[in-house]
Design a protein around this ligand. Structure first.
Ligand SMILES: *Cc1c(COP(=O)(O)O)cnc(C)c1O
Length: 388
């Protein structure tokens, strides 16, 4: 060993080999789409090895991967993912929403489980190529989009818990309809005191595959008792953290009579959602008078990242000062909550006549207008003109 630093090849979009599918499928009519069940004709794959770095990216026919059964992903959950969307806009362009945020988060998650990081701008370029190639799969109807799932797995074939010498990055795409096909349907939550999603020093703030399967059984238990999702709490104080796989927002009338939008601070218990950040930024810019967002309170509006406990929420509800509870995430953008089951009691949460509270509705409208290019905004990144 001479001690010299050898820099391995990084991800390079210019090296991509594109092979058009010889067996293109017929896209389902948009009304028949079920979230996450239909995939486009192509996928992106890139291999990595600790001695040779990132190999040349390939875009080819969507299909099964072939992996050795001893691959570390199957045994030790070397697996992480992202969720982002592309939209077909009225000007004929296909646009991504804040892809830099997803790339940053994916690298942060990869580093957490010693999988390789990469140049996020290069992966964004590759994703642009993929979505343009499959643009005929992106419905143009309002509320429809292409859900994009970048994934990174450890593929070294060897048992033993250690960094994986091999990895595979892949990206698949699924055309999706409006999350709520029949209008916004508020959900009821079970505040879970029996299970935890995340803990200090744990991995709850990373989009690791291993964080999601343990949430399924608590969700089944909630469902058995008539609740749609879990409200995840933390600590003996029962701090609010997240709802299902979404970030959590609470709207109250505070002690000063102001409308206050509250979400728990990130620390390391909360997944740093792109939608969460977008909701906060939109509301803060409005509150500061930098932009006027229709539907948000015209005065006395405060935006806070701070802790709130379940007993505090119950107290606001008793005083008639609990105004809205909603979740935020890429799939549904916002999801209203109308009821929270907590220690044997159901706490009703107000929802507007549309099924969404005023604040949730206003941020939803604003985010959708940016995503679809109705408002020009740096968050909306043009991939190119739809080719078909
Ligand atoms: C992905 C995810 C979110 C939402 O993140 P977005 O970037 O807004 O889609 C929130 N909580 C959890 C646990 C998640 O996995």
């Amino acid at each position: 060993m001479t001690g010299e630093v050898i820099s391995l090849p990084d991800l390079d979009a210019s090296l991509v080999k594109i092979t058009n599918s010889a067996t293109p499928k017929t896209p389902l009519p948009p009304s028949k789409l079920v979230f996450g069940k239909t995939f486009t004709d192509h996928m992106l794959t890139v291999d990595w090895n600790s001695n040779t770095g990132w190999a040349e990216p390939k875009i080819e026919t969507y299909g099964p991967l072939s992996l050795d059964p001893s691959s570390v992903v199957f045994h030790y959950a070397f697996c992480l993912f992202e969720g982002m969307k592309a939209y077909r806009c009225e000007d004929g362009t296909i646009r991504l929403f804040r892809p830099d945020m997803n790339m940053h988060r994916m690298n942060r998650t990869a580093a957490r489980i010693a999988l390789p990081t990469f140049d996020g701008e290069q992966l964004t370029e590759l994703i642009k190529k993929l979505v343009l190639l499959d643009s005929r799969w992106i419905p143009g109807e309002p509320g429809y989009s292409l859900y994009i799932r970048p994934t990174l797995i450890g593929t070294q074939s060897a048992l033993g818990v250690h960094p994986s010498s091999d990895a595979k990055l892949f990206v698949i795409c699924s055309p999706v309809g409006p999350y709520y096909a029949t209008g916004f349907k508020p959900v009821s939550l079970q505040a879970t005191t029996k299970y935890v999603r995340a803990s200090r020093g744990g991995t709850g703030s990373y989009k690791l595959g291993a964080n999601y399967s343990p949430g399924v059984m608590p969700q089944l238990e909630a469902a058995k008792q008539g609740y749609a999702q879990n409200l995840w709490l933390h600590g003996p104080e029962h701090y609010l953290t997240e709802v299902g796989t979404m970030n959590l927002f609470v709207v109250i009338e505070n002690e000063k009579g102001q409308t206050e939008l509250i979400t728990p601070p990130l620390e390391d218990l909360i997944l740093p959602g792109v939608t969460r950040d977008s909701v906060l930024t939109i509301c803060r810019e409005h509150a500061a008078g930098q932009v006027q967002v229709e539907g948000l309170p015209s005065s006395d509006f405060v935006v806070s990242e701070k802790h709130m406990t379940m007993p505090q929420l119950v107290e606001y509800q008793k005083q008639g000062k609990l105004k809205e509870v909603f979740g935020s995430g890429t799939a549904a953008i916002v999801s209203a909550v109308n009821n929270i089951g907590y220690e044997g009691t159901d706490i009703p949460v107000p929802v507007g006549p549309s099924g969404l509270g005023n604040i949730a509705q206003a941020v939803l409208d604003r985010i959708q207008a940016i995503q679809t290019g109705k408002i020009d905004h740096p968050w909306s990144v043009i991939a190119g003109k739809a080719t078909n």
